[in-house]
Design a protein around this ligand. Structure first.
Ligand code: BV8
Ligand code: ZN
Length: 239
């Protein structure tokens, strides 16, 4: 019996399921991952731009990167992987989706019980008065965009060196410590504290199923490593 069949049986017995997703689940929607091909923008890596220092040094450059990504994401649609997670959520009482992604494709697909660890590319926050709002215009009429109070706006996204939104990690950990199965989908699991959810769930008794074109979690943590694109594996695993 292949890994998918055994993983299906594990899921059939599970009462509570958590899914942790990363950029890989949006790859088949045409959005480049961070550390794979296409993750670069001009000569920059995400780690060079997704930081408060980069924004302080050159807010216009950082906003050009986000405006470019917003344009890409605006043209993207959820894929079969996103939709398979919605079907899973609809069929289960206890399901929590924890995502590192900021592209909003899980929302668009119809996921409801979602914890966004790193924010939302469609949300903006004022650098002065802390107001926060949604702005879906692509491209943005002026860079950097401004708040109603006149001050410069920033993306409401968690940059490197910044703490996660209040309560997000706690919410994710609460779900993970009760999970029978943790699905780890399309993430290199190198960014913390998000990646810490995996050992945390394992220590709490969860079994891990990894879905990745290049499975990367340590063997000891994973019950089943399903190698392949999420858009192909998830419908077979969850359907
Ligand atoms: C913080 C928003 C402290 C930006 C992002 C230990 C503990 C705590 C912190 C740290 C720590 N060690 C290091 C740190 C610092 C840092 C960190 O983790 N650095 C890493 C690089 C070592 N962490 C932080 O700075 C965090 N903040 O800790 O604050 C603090 C505490 C209190 C008070 C003040 C401060 C904040 C981290 C958040 C950074 N922001 N994103 C933006 O998007 O613009 S992270 C960024 O990486 C994205 O959000 C992304 O989601 C995330 C993870 O990347 P992945 O999603 O995994 O994507 P990647 O490209 O890496 O991998 C894609 C995978 O998909 C691959 O495995 C590939 O094989 C696979 N794949 C490809 N195609 C497919 C596929 N799989 C399936 N199907 C396919 N078709
Ligand atoms: Zn303001």
């Amino acid at each position: 019996m292949d890994g998918i069949q055994k993983a299906r049986e594990l899921l059939a017995r599970a009462r509570s399921i958590v899914a942790l997703t990363g950029a890989g689940i949006s790859a088949e929607s045409g959005i480049p991952t961070f550390r794979g091909p296409g993750g670069m923008w001009r000569q920059w890596r995400p780690e060079d731009l997704a930081t408060p220092a980069a924004f302080a040094r050159d807010p216009r450059l950082v906003w050009e990167w986000y405006d470019w990504r917003r344009g890409l994401i605006a043209r993207a649609t959820p894929n079969a992987g996103h939709r398979a997670l919605v079907d899973l959520e609809n069929g289960r009482e206890k399901f929590t989706l924890v995502t590192q992604n900021v592209d909003g494709l899980h929302d668009l697909a119809g996921s409801r019980n979602t914890v966004k660890l790193h924010g939302d590319i469609w949300r903006m926050r004022c650098t002065e008065c802390r107001a926060e709002w949604t702005d879906r215009r692509v491209p943005l009429p002026e860079l950097p965009p401004r708040c109603r109070c006149g001050a410069m706006a920033r993306p409401a996204i968690v940059w490197f060196g910044e703490s996660l939104p209040d309560g997000a990690m706690e919410q994710a950990e609460q779900a993970a410590c009760r999970a029978d199965v943790l699905l780890v989908i399309g993430t290199s699991a190198v960014v913390y504290p998000a990646a810490g959810l995996v050992p945390y769930a394992v220590e709490s008794g969860a079994q891990v199923i990894e879905i990745n074109t290049e499975p990367s979690l340590p063997g000891g943590e994973v019950a089943y490593a399903l190698k392949g694109p999420a858009g192909e594996i998830l419908p077979r695993l969850l359907g």
